[in-house]
Each structure stands twice: as C-alpha cells, then as structure tokens.
Design a protein around this ligand. Structure first.
Ligand SMILES: [Zn+2]
Length: 276
C-alpha cells in the first residue's frame, strides 16, 4: 500500500493549499513537541501553536468570507442595474439561501467521499492482516521501512514496528501508512452544517447593511463599507489563526473581495435596465 500521509484533510475540507495542509495534517512522530519547545524559546505568544488546534475555525472564517464576497457582489451587481429596494434585498436573500445550501451540499458530498475512501483504505489493511502470515510479514516490513524513512535506525524501527503491530496493527497502519486517525474520521453532516452556518454569517453582513436605508445610493454605500470592514476583519482573523502576517493577508482578502464586487457591479451596470 502506498499511502500518502499528507493526503488526509481536516474536518472541513475548505482550506487546501499545500502549506496549510502541512501545518494541519499529522506531523511525523516526535516533531510536534520539538517544534513547540523551539517556539517557546523564541516567542511564548506565537499563534502558530494555536493554529494546530483550530483548523475548523479557519475553515469557518473562509466560509464566512465566501458568503460575504458572493452576496455583497450579487447585491452590488443588482443594485448597479436596478434601483428597486425590494429587488436588491430579495436578490441578496436568495443569494444567501442558495449559497449556504450549495456550500452545505458540496461539503457533505466532498467529506462523504473522503470518508468512504478512508474507510476503504483501512478495510484493505484489515484484509491484508487477515490474509495470513506471509501478508502480515510483508505488512511488518512496510512499517519498518516507513519508520526508517522517518529517521529511525533499522533495528529500532523494527522494534517499534513489532511493538505497534502487537498492540493494534490496523490502527498503526492507518495512522503511520495512510495518515488516518480511525477515531477521528470526518463527519459529513457536521462539516455540512458548519459550512452552512459560516456562509450565513458572512452573507448576513451585506444583507443587514442594506436593510436600513431608503436611498439606493446610501444602501449600496452601506453594503460596500460593511463588506470592506468585514473583509479586513476576516483576512486578519484568518491570518492570525494561521500564524501568517496579518496586514498582508487582510489586504489580499480585501483586494480579492473588491475585485469580485467591482466586476459584478460593472456587469450589473452594463446589463441593467435603469441604472442607479
Ligand atoms: Zn499496510
């Protein structure tokens, strides 16, 4: 079995850049404590330690950002092409509902298939163990090689492999060969609900901002200002959770959001019937 330890994704499959995954996914045995010690020497308040424990929170911030950008863009696009208040709010509300449901369904499908393939991988290990002494020897050699690759001497690697195999071969192969923690398989329903909830939080911001004014221009300005503030906030919080530079990340999120809003507003103005 050629498993890839890095392939396991966190509970919410939203954040998936390579460097994020290397931070979130299971580090090789022994390196975690070492890193923590090093960080404490350098800076006791380093937030990177915190990021290991909060991948779901980062995913929630990204989901909220999705809701914010898509709904505020749609509202600015509709607002640029129509001056009707009801149309604006209705389109914002529809975008909120549609986006939240589509995120939830997408997350459910993605996490379910991830879970299915993890379960199938573990099942294959179970079959190997049941196949007989020759297969079990092959599996043991596989483990020895994994530990040697991670830096143990051959003799020690063999001792470790034998000890773990005696205790629980399937759990050991799942963890060290496949990078799967059999006690923490991702839950599709939980992931879907988290996705839905975070999208609604972000999407609610422009919708609320537009709800309290009678003038279309002020309404759109409120959407833009509230969205700008929220983009900066989400960018900074996301960076803080990931231990990245806050200002640069916040500006990146802001520019991305503005691009989406600007292009959608331009499209609305181009195709609108009675531009505001
Ligand atoms: Zn195996």
């Amino acid at each position: 079995m050629d498993g890839d330890g890095e392939a396991r994704r966190p509970l919410l499959s939203e954040p998936a850049s390579a460097d994020e995954r290397s931070v979130i996914s299971h580090p090789p045995v022994g390196t975690e404590e070492h890193d923590v010690e090093q960080q404490e020497d350098m800076d006791p308040g380093d937030p990177q330690h915190f990021s290991d424990r909060a991948p779901w929170l980062r995913a929630a911030v990204l989901g909220a950002n999705d809701g914010l950008v898509s709904v505020s863009s749609i509202m600015l696009g509709v607002g640029a092409g129509s001056s009707d208040r009801h149309t604006l709010l209705l389109s914002g509300l529809s975008a909120l509902v549609a986006g939240a449901l589509s995120m939830a369904v997408g997350e459910y499908i993605s996490v379910s298939s991830q879970r299915d393939s993890e379960t199938a991988d573990v099942e294959t290990e179970r079959e190997e163990q049941a196949r007989g002494p020759a297969a079990r020897r092959r599996e043991l050699e596989e483990l020895v090689k994994i530990y040697v690759d991670r830096g143990l001497e051959e003799e020690l690697a063999r001792k470790v492999a034998i000890a773990f195999t005696k205790r629980d071969p399937i759990r050991t192969h799942a963890r060290d060969e496949l990078g799967i923690d059999v006690d923490e398989l991702a839950n599709p329903l939980q992931a879907a609900l988290a996705s839905l909830g975070s999208f609604v939080v972000g999407a609610g911001i422009p919708l609320l901002a537009a709800a309290f004014s009678n003038d279309q221009r002020i309404r759109l300005a409120c959407v833009l200002i509230a969205s700008t503030a929220a983009l900066l906030l989400f960018g900074a919080v996301g960076a803080w959770l990931g231990g990245a530079k806050r200002i640069r990340a916040a500006l990146r999120v802001l520019v991305g959001g503005w691009l989406a809003m600007g292009i959608t507003a331009g499209t609305g103005r181009l195709f609108g019937e009675d531009p505001a």
